[in-house]
Write a protein that binds this ligand. Structure first.
Ligand SMILES: [Zn+2]
Length: 307
């Protein structure tokens, strides 16, 4: 069985301004590296469908979804927060991004593919139940998790978030849901200044000091994530795969490298193999230094697609 790579051309049309770091070139850099490395031959490409309103209402309020529909511009830009905007294509891209993770969930649970990576934008992990923020409109990974639980009947699902920013939206959506465990690391103190107060038995959010390197990251994951995941025994793993903790990334100040992303992917494969029938769905979040982003996604996908 192959690893799926799920995307859609609509994800390239969403733009938030000429100088915005969350730009279409990110997806091009990833695809160029997958082609150059030859990894593309090991991936099964799928086209992302639009998520349905019913699927999105599992994780967002109907009022919030309607407000995005109402604000979507027919020309120019509509700002949702100082960093987050919609052009005329953004809303469709957001429905595709959430739809990609939902399709990935169906493909992996249906054993059509071994695991899946969604090369999508806008990203999702800052989107709360009723609020867009931090470049995110819909919480894509949350849409997949809710689909695994509500459409496929899974009872224990874990999400791993190694983006440099805390996934406040994912925490907001699942904080009170005993079926979901979240494990994450994030630079602290740093945007969005969350993740400390909400810590619980199922919200294993571990701050890393500015300048932390791969050794610190691996130590945090080994000490806090792995024992929690082993205790929880998730039936499926989701990954909020942000690569902005890379040392080349100017948006933040952690010092991870491709080898660290490969390492954490190996650990997640081991957990998924032991407890979750190898089921992993990963979705792109941050990562803004284009060459580093391409190499990091390739390192992540090489591990996912290895037999
Ligand atoms: Zn980020």
């Amino acid at each position: 069985m192959h690893t799926a790579y799920i995307s859609h051309p609509d994800c390239l049309l969403h733009e938030m301004g000429a100088c915005h770091p969350e730009r279409p070139a990110r997806l091009k850099a990833i695809e160029d590296e997958l082609a150059a490395s030859g990894l593309i031959a090991k991936l099964e490409r799928h086209v992302a469908p639009l998520a349905t309103v019913e699927q999105l209402e599992r994780i967002h309020t109907p009022e919030y979804i309607a407000s995005l529909d109402a604000k979507a511009p027919s020309n120019g830009m509509a700002y949702l927060d100082p960093d987050t905007a919609m052009n005329p294509h953004s809303l469709k891209a957001a429905y595709r991004a959430a739809g990609a993770v939902i399709l990935a969930t169906d493909l992996v649970i249906g054993k059509i593919v071994k695991n899946a990576f969604c090369g999508i934008r806008p990203p999702g992990h800052h989107a709360e139940r009723d609020r867009a923020m931090g470049f995110c409109l819909f919480n894509n990974i949350a849409a997949g998790i809710a689909h695994a639980i509500q459409a496929h009947g899974l009872e224990r699902v874990a999400v791993v978030d190694f983006d440099v920013h805390h996934g406040n939206g994912t925490e907001d959506i699942f904080r009170d849901d005993p079926r979901v465990m979240m494990v994450s690391t994030f630079q602290h103190p740093f945007y969005p200044y969350s993740g400390i107060a909400g810590r619980s038995e199922r919200m294993i959010n571990i701050p890393l000091a500015t300048g932390s390197d791969g050794e610190k990251f691996r130590a945090a994951a080994s000490e806090f994530w792995l024992p929690s995941l082993i205790k929880f025994k998730p039936q499926m793993l989701f990954i909020s795969a942000g690569f902005d903790a890379h040392r080349d990334d100017d948006l933040a100040s952690l010092n991870l490298q491709e080898t660290d992303f490969a390492w954490v992917t190996e650990r997640m494969k081991e957990i998924a193999h032991q407890y979750a029938q190898d089921r992993i769905v990963s979705a792109l979040e941050g990562g803004y230094a284009l060459p580093a982003l391409g190499r990091s996604v390739a390192a992540h996908l090489k591990v996912l697609s290895d037999p």
